[in-house]
Design a protein around this ligand. Structure first.
Ligand SMILES: O=C(CO)[C@@H](O)[C@@H](O)COP(=O)(O)O
Length: 233
């Protein structure tokens, strides 16, 4: 049987990174409240380390206002706790699955943000009818399969869905809510905020009439410009 190491068994550089990532992950949860992406305790953030196959994730069921760097939980990429006093998030095994199968991903976020989750309840991809969707998602925001909570099944659903939508940093799990990814936890939080924004706008558009979807060639150009030209390089 695999021996689970304690954080004390890891080198000093790993312990130093854990300290820094605990701060980052604890503080970023404030952004979920700021952007109105969560209610009560329903959502979580994690970030993977660069110095070891470990991640830092929110403790399960704790109010965002009470989160501190010390209350964050450190697990390995099989979801085993290596440091922390609290039980880790219900979605730990799914975050770990995503990190194991998507080596460029270092941040994962889950929310139940209202409009994105409403699309999830209908099982419909959010169609790409906005230039910002071409920019941010490179196409529609996809719906992932329905999966029960607590195992790595949600992570499998996210990874399988993103194989079909490789430019999207978001999957809205059917009947559940968005899971977003990024090069770090902050990028995944940004993707969660953008998912909710476009979910809201496209919901409003649907009330007004038929959606005009953007041509896939133009979506590719938008996504390329946003990825390679937009912002400071
Ligand atoms: O999605 C769900 C439940 O529907 C959970 O991810 C959410 O409530 C957050 O749980 P944790 O507090 O991270 O264990």
């Amino acid at each position: 049987m695999e021996q689970v190491k304690s954080l004390k068994d890891y080198p000093a550089e790993v312990q130093a990174e854990v300290k820094q990532v605990r701060e980052v992950v604890a503080t970023l949860h404030e952004q979920l409240l700021k952007w109105n992406l969560v209610v009560w305790t329903a959502g979580n953030i994690s970030q993977r380390l660069h110095t070891a196959d470990l991640m830092v994730i929110k403790p399960s069921g704790m109010r965002y206002e009470s989160l501190t760097p010390e209350s964050m939980v450190v697990t390995d990429l099989n979801g085993n706790v290596v440091d922390g006093l609290a039980a880790p998030s219900s979605d730990t095994l799914s975050h770990a699955y995503i990190y194991r199968h998507m080596p460029n991903v270092y941040g994962v976020v889950h929310t139940h943000s209202t409009y994105a989750t409403a699309w999830g309840a209908t099982g419909q991809n959010i169609p790409c009818g906005l230039t910002m969707m071409g920019d941010e998602f490179g196409g529609p925001v996809p719906i992932g399969p329905f999966k029960l909570i607590g195992s790595e099944a949600i992570g499998e659903g996210v990874v399988e869905t993103l194989k079909k939508y490789p430019h999207s940093p978001a999957v809205i799990m059917q009947n559940h809510g968005p899971f977003t990814i990024g090069k770090d936890a902050e990028a995944a939080v940004k993707a969660a905020a953008m998912t909710e924004e476009v979910a809201h706008t496209m919901w409003a558009a649907k009330q007004l009439g038929q959606i005009i979807e953007i041509d896939p060639e133009d979506i590719a150009k938008l996504n390329d410009r946003y990825t390679n030209v937009y912002g400071q390089h």
